[in-house]
Unconditional design. Structure first.
Length: 332
C-alpha cells in the first residue's frame, strides 16, 4: 500500500507554505540574515516542537517564520517544498501563504509574493509540478487589516487563485470577514476558509462559511458531521473539504479518521492533505499512509481521495481531466 500511495498521482490542497519551513532551512536563513536562533541544532529545534492545540501550535509556527526576510528566502522556502512534493509524486498543489504574518513584521507584500511566484514558475518548468497560490487572511487580526491586504494584493491578482482564512479561530468567526470575502468575490477570487477541527462553535462557523459567505471549499470542516442539513448542502453544491489527518492528531485528540471515513461514505468530496508538514513531520504521502492504516482503505478508496482532490481544484476542466486520466491510467 505504501508503494501504491507513492506511485499515485497526488494533489495537495491544504498546505501552508510557512508550515513547510524545515529546521535545516531555518538555520540556513538565520545564518544568511545574521540572526541567532535559540537552539544548537535542527534536532534540538524539532525536539522543542510541543503543541496540543491550535494556539500552542500557532505560537511556534509564527516564531519559526521570523527568519524569512528577503525575496530569495521565500523562493527557497517554496522551492524546498515543491522539490519534496515532486519526490512524492504530487502533481499539483494549491498553496496557502500568510502575507500578514510578514507585513506585520516589516517584510513587504511584494517581497513575499515575488519570491513564491518565482519558485512556482521554476518548479513547473524544472520539476513538472504545477501550483497556484491562495492568500490567507489572519483571522485573529482586525477585518480592516484583511481588507487592506486584499487591496494590496490586487496588482498581483493574476498570481493568486483565491483567498483563505486561517490562524486562531476562537472568537474569530467567518462573519467577521463577510465584507472582505464579498469584495474578494467581486475581484474574481475563489473562496475558502479554515473551519478548524473541534473549535468553539465549530458547526455555526461552518454554517456561516457555507450559507452566509458562500465559500467554494472548506479547509478541515470535519465537524460538519454534527449537522445533517449542512452535509446535504455540501453534497448538493459539491463543496469539498480539505482534511489533514496527522495535523488533527497534533491539535485535537485524534486524526479524526472515523469522521473522514463517514464523509467518504456519504459521498462528500473529502481530501487528504498535510497542513504544516515541517511541524507535524508528515507530508501528503505520510498522511495518506496514516489514514490508510487507520481505516484499511483500499486502492480504489485511495484513488477516490485523489480524484476528489483534483475535482475540487481551482483548475479549468481540461486540466482536471488530464490529472484524472493520470489516476485512471495508474489504477488500471
Ligand atoms: N495556520 C497554519 N496552519 C494552520 C491551521 N491548521 N489552522 C489555522 N491556522 C493555521
Ligand atoms: Zn491549515
Amino acid at each position: 500500500m505504501k508503494d501504491f500511495i507513492a506511485g499515485l498521482p497526488k494533489c495537495e490542497l491544504h498546505l501552508h507554505i510557512e508550515g513547510t519551513l524545515e529546521p535545516e532551512l531555518k538555520f540556513e536563513l538565520a545564518r544568511r540574515n545574521g540572526l541567532e536562533l535559540p537552539y544548537a541544532s535542527a534536532e534540538e529545534m524539532r525536539a522543542a516542537y510541543a503543541f496540543d492545540d491550535l494556539p500552542s501550535f500557532l505560537k511556534i509556527y509564527y516564531e519559526g517564520m521570523q527568519v524569512l526576510r528577503t525575496e530569495p528566502d521565500f523562493y527557497d522556502l517554496a522551492m524546498g517544498y515543491l522539490r519534496r512534493a515532486a519526490e512524492q509524486n504530487v502533481r499539483y498543489a494549491e498553496i496557502f501563504f500568510d502575507p500578514q504574518a510578514h507585513t506585520s513584521r516589516g517584510v513587504p507584500f511584494d517581497v513575499v509574493i515575488r519570491g513564491l511566484r518565482r519558485a512556482l514558475m521554476d518548479a513547473e518548468a524544472r520539476l513538472g509540478v504545477r501550483a497556484q497560490l491562495i492568500m490567507c487572511f489572519l483571522r485573529d487580526f482586525q477585518a480592516e487589516y484583511a481588507m487592506a491586504t486584499l487591496l494590496e494584493s490586487l496588482p498581483y491578482r493574476e498570481w493568486i487563485a483565491g483567498v483563505g482564512l486561517d490562524s486562531d479561530e476562537k472568537g474569530n468567526p467567518p462573519a467577521k470577514f463577510a465584507a472582505v470575502y464579498e469584495r474578494a468575490r467581486q475581484e474574481g477570487y475563489l473562496l475558502t476558509m479554515h473551519c478548524d477541527v473541534d473549535q468553539d462553535n465549530a458547526v455555526e462557523h461552518i454554517r456561516q462559511a457555507i450559507e452566509d459567505i458562500g465559500v467554494d471549499r472548506i479547509d478541515h470542516g470535519v465537524n460538519i458531521l454534527e449537522d445533517q442539513r449542512l452535509v446535504e448542502t455540501v453534497l448538493a453544491r459539491g463543496i469539498g473539504l480539505t482534511c489533514c489527518p496527522i495535523s488533527n492528531g497534533h491539535v485535537t485528540d485524534s486524526m479524526k479518521a472515523e469522521g473522514i471515513r463517514k464523509l467518504m461514505d456519504l459521498g462528500v468530496r473529502v481530501t487528504v492533505n498535510s497542513d504544516d508538514p515541517a511541524y507535524f513531520a508528515a507530508y501528503v504521502q505520510e498522511n495518506l499512509e496514516a489514514l490508510q492504516n487507520a481505516l484499511q482503505l483500499t486502492r480504489q478508496e485511495l484513488a477516490q481521495l485523489e480524484r476528489n482532490a483534483f475535482e475540487i481544484t481551482w483548475l479549468p476542466r481540461h486540466r482536471k481531466d488530464a490529472y484524472l486520466a493520470e489516476i485512471n491510467a495508474y489504477v488500471s
